[in-house]
Design a protein around this ligand. Structure first.
Ligand code: AGP
Length: 605
């Protein structure tokens, strides 16, 4: 989604800005632009790829500038709506992430004052109001403070001035990180975009403003009171993520799952005791004894992982657990029990809906543990406790290896919770034994993935595709449907297998593809009923089953996965669904890694 990069130093700013934008590219955007101070403010912006914008960029000589990737919210995808926005006198330039709720009122007020508006965006108002404050004789900092006092909404905002040698930044609900280099400063909405330049990072908190020149920066509250800011500890080097020999990040990330799951579980399993230890999720025995329930929240793929986590926690720890769509969580004034355990699941750690649910839970007196991939991200910092899932950088918009590691981390947690309650050591050991074998099983499946091409042929010809699964396979069906829908643009429906006869069966006609996730998990016989009901109406069954299972007789296209214990099957059964989505998108000539309209990090509610 929208991204910000800024530079103040002694090197050519435009080159560094473009490089910074390219680092943010995977997050999703539809236009981009830069503005550099070279005596005057010189800006350029366009719709489309950053590389195209950069190739048309005029020569820019300055060493101070700000840049932006835009993902349209207010106003269409046009050059005018792209950032940066400049005041009409050309003296103030802004880039903004977030949404202003009262922008209509503020825009109307500007029009009444005779200010010419150049875009349809909410963001543009910032540069005009700041310019008006400067015209009234205010200093830049006071001008910004006054304008922020007028606005309602969220912002990660950077302001560049023609007449001043510093940049002002402000954060409210949209991340901004400052990086200190040697006689140079960096600003970004994503710490990992700065990491190649410096590891001296500071995250602005909500309600803070920063003033930066090439040598130093000050962080203050909106009222101007200076605050001490702490260096951000990113703990691990995020490293470079290059494509290598892979044609797409999605395929690369699918194939990394064996290794990344290994990374997630290594050092955390205690086979001799049949348990696991997640340092960040240690709960005092007394609290554990009184734990009334567990709530898990997330969006999209993270929600599906949360739904699996819910089942694992109930099965292994026998504690009531429920998962919630994060974007719906705050809508109904949820009742929060401070004694309950809350888990926020997120790959990016920046999903605004999830972050907002975390804040609501905290506001109502409970703690939230993060189950997050991106180290130092907003959700990780807001929660202040939890675990990292250690997937490494995930660049494809379609999440794959983060899903496996979310489920892996939640399985470790459910096991730890279960063993501290009633789960026997013998049962615990059977789980740890299976978990240790999973990375190899993932690798062995990916080396020989079965009839993916046949499945792709069926789904790419279809008007829509139905995904079915029962019990712990039901969220896997949802995940498979999401993946196919988001990158192949094929309408997909996911249903618990037993619900199929209550409505979706109306879709079935001759050759209609139905993907059924049917591991040998104790509920398979009832999934079989749904399969027969579909077949009786002419459906073609794409069956994902465990190797050697006689259920394969009912499949039209059969994809066999290695066997494991029922509760861990999602970590294997999801793999063919990822490959089907990937190859279907490829067959339809879609942009696999950057599907239309989607963003990797959804930073608006
Ligand atoms: C996954 O393929 C999607 N692109 C999307 O649903 C994603 O999982 C969702 O936006 C949540 O993101 P997060 O894990 O970064 O919070």
């Amino acid at each position: 989604m929208c991204g910000i990069f800024g530079y103040i130093g002694h090197r050519n700013a435009s080159k560094l800005l473009v490089k910074g934008l390219l680092r943010l590219e995977y997050r999703g955007y539809d236009s981009s632009g830069v503005v550099v101070k070279n005596g005057q403010l010189q800006s350029y912006k366009d719709i489309g790829k950053i590389s195209e914008m950069a190739s048309s960029l005029p020569r820019m000589k300055g060493s101070m500038g700000i840049a932006h990737t835009r993902w349209a919210t207010h106003g269409g995808v046009t050059q005018d709506n792209a950032h940066p926005h400049l005041s009409n006198d050309g003296k103030v330039a802004i880039v903004h992430n977030g949404i202003l709720q009262n922008s209509d009122t503020l825009r109307k007020r500007l029009v009444k004052l005779g200010v010419k508006l150049n875009s349809e965006t909410d963001s543009e108002i910032f540069c005009h109001y700041i310019a008006m404050e400067l015209d009234r004789g205010k200093e830049p900092l006071e001008a910004l403070q006054n304008v922020l006092a007028l606005t309602r909404g969220t912002w990660g905002l950077c302001v560049l001035f023609e007449d001043y040698d510093f940049v002002l930044c402000a954060r409210n609900g949209s991340p901004l990180i400052i990086g200190r280099g040697k006689d140079e400063m960096f600003i970004s909405s994503d710490p990992h975009a700065i990491r190649e330049h410096t590891d001296q990072l500071v995250a602005l908190e909500d309600g803070q403003i920063a003033k930066l020149n090439s040598l130093d920066f000050q962080v203050m509250q909106t009222d101007g009171k200076e605050v001490k800011s702490n260096l951000l500890d990113l703990e691990e080097d995020w490293g470079e993520s290059e494509l290598g020999d892979y044609p797409h990040f999605m395929l690369k990330e699918i194939h990394e799952q064996s290794q990344s799951l290994q990374h997630c579980i290594s050092g955390r399993l205690r086979h001799a005791e049949g348990t696991s230890v997640l340092g960040g999720l240690q709960i005092r025995p007394q609290e554990l004894a009184q734990l009334p329930h567990v709530r898990l929240i997330g969006c999209g793929t993270a929600l599906h992982a949360a739904q699996i986590g819910q089942i694992l926690i109930e099965q292994w720890a026998r504690i009531p657990a429920v998962s919630h769509v994060a974007s719906e969580f705050n809508a109904n004034d949820p009742v929060i029990n401070p004694k309950a355990l809350h888990l926020a699941i997120s790959q990016s750690g920046e999903t605004a809906d999830t972050l907002s649910a975390v804040k609501e839970i905290q506001r109502k007196g409970a703690d939230v543990y993060g189950v997050v991939n991106v180290v130092g991200s907003s959700i990780a910092r807001q929660c202040g406790k939890g675990v990292y899932i250690h997937s490494g950088p995930e660049q494809s918009v379609a999440s794959t290896k983060a899903f496996t590691n979310m489920v892996g981390a939640l399985a470790l947690f459910a096991l730890q919770l279960g063993r501290s309650r009633h789960l026997s050591k013998t049962k615990g050991k059977s789980i740890t034994r299976e978990m240790r074998m999973l990375p190899d099983k993932i690798r062995s499946y990916l080396e020989n993935p079965g009839s993916i091409d046949e499945a792709v042929e069926l789904v790419t010809k279809a008007k829509s595709v139905l995904f079915l699964g029962r019990g712990i396979s039901s969220p896997v069906a949802s995940e498979g449907a999401l993946k196919l829908m988001e990158i192949a643009y094929i309408p997909c429906l996911a249903y618990p297998a037993g619900e199929m006869k209550h409505g979706p069966i109306a879709l079935i006609e001759q050759d209609y593809p139905v993907v059924v996730i049917a591991p040998n998990d104790g509920v398979q016989d009832r999934t079989l009923n749904a399969i027969h009901e579909c077949k009786a109406r002419g459906a073609k069954i794409i069956l994902i089953h465990e190797e050697g299972d006689p259920i394969s007789e009912v499949g039209d296209v059969c994809i066999s996965i290695p066997s494991t214990i029922p509760m861990l099957t999602p970590l294997l059964s999801v793999l063919p669904t990822q490959l089907i989505a990937y190859h279907a998108a490829l067959a339809l000539e879609n942009d696999v890694d950057r599907p239309r309209n989607l963003a990797k990090s959804v930073t608006v509610e």
